[in-house]
Design a protein around this ligand. Structure first.
Ligand code: MG
Length: 225
């Protein structure tokens, strides 16, 4: 008799755990964001500004991913925002299993929007799902307008691009049209926000969009929690 081989497509281990995380977050009506960027683009500053803008509208929680230190988690905790610091000890990205451990220690019933701040780089994080609904890349003006051309993978994979440090645009060689063209040539659907975390300009539009994403996932919003 001919042997029949059944090939079952299985998710790889990381994706399986990411799905568990997604289920857990969904049960708690939490919208999770995987926030990616180069080091110094302003991920933590964006989290702090967004939390301020959404005060009384949505409750923020944070998972901080860094190779070492708890500098960013201390900054977030000083604003009375629930936060867990993950130190990857050299790994260039977070993975679903590490995030799952963090989720077990966060007060999930007190969080509406969960920022997962990934390790700073534009390459490795994109290959590892964490259980997020939304993926965002922060690019900053001093990094240059060529980032989408050099790192197409990450710009293709995101729902939104936040262009930070717009206040520095007059002082550096930076073309908004060039970066916008680079982004739209890869990803027509990505929302593009221009902000300055230093001055607060552009933060309201970004925060409104994020709140709308959360509300559309949980039709009845905070009242249901
Ligand atoms: Mg940071």
């Amino acid at each position: 008799m001919e042997k029949v081989t059944v090939i079952t497509q299985i998710l790889n281990a990381n994706d399986q755990i990411a799905e568990e995380n997604q289920g857990l977050l969904k049960n708690h009506r939490i919208l999770a964001l995987n926030l990616m960027a180069s080091p110094g683009a302003g991920k933590t500053s964006l989290i702090l500004q967004t939390a301020k803008a959404l005060t009384g509208r949505a409750r923020i929680g944070v998972v901080e991913g860094d190779v070492a230190s708890r500098i960013d988690a201390d900054k977030v905790a000083s604003q009375h925002i629930p936060v867990i610091q993950i130190n990857t000890g050299g790994e260039c990205h977070l993975d679903a299993a590490t995030v799952q451990k963090a989720l077990k220690t966060l007060p999930l019933s007190e969080i509406d929007l969960l920022f997962i701040e990934n390790v700073g780089n534009l390459i490795c994080p994109v290959d590892f799902r964490l259980g997020e609904e939304i993926r965002v890349v922060v690019a900053s003006v001093p990094e240059g307008d060529d980032k989408p051309y050099k790192y197409p993978g990450i710009f293709t994979a995101v729902n939104a691009v936040v262009l930070n440090k717009m206040d520095l645009a007059p002082y550096v060689d930076f073309s908004f049209d060039a970066i916008r063209k680079g982004i739209t040539s890869l990803n027509r659907k990505a929302k593009l926000f221009q902000v300055s975390c230093r001055t607060g300009k552009g933060i309201p539009a970004w925060a409104d969009w994020l709140e709308a994403q959360w509300r559309s996932k949980n039709k009845s919003g905070i009242a249901q929690k």
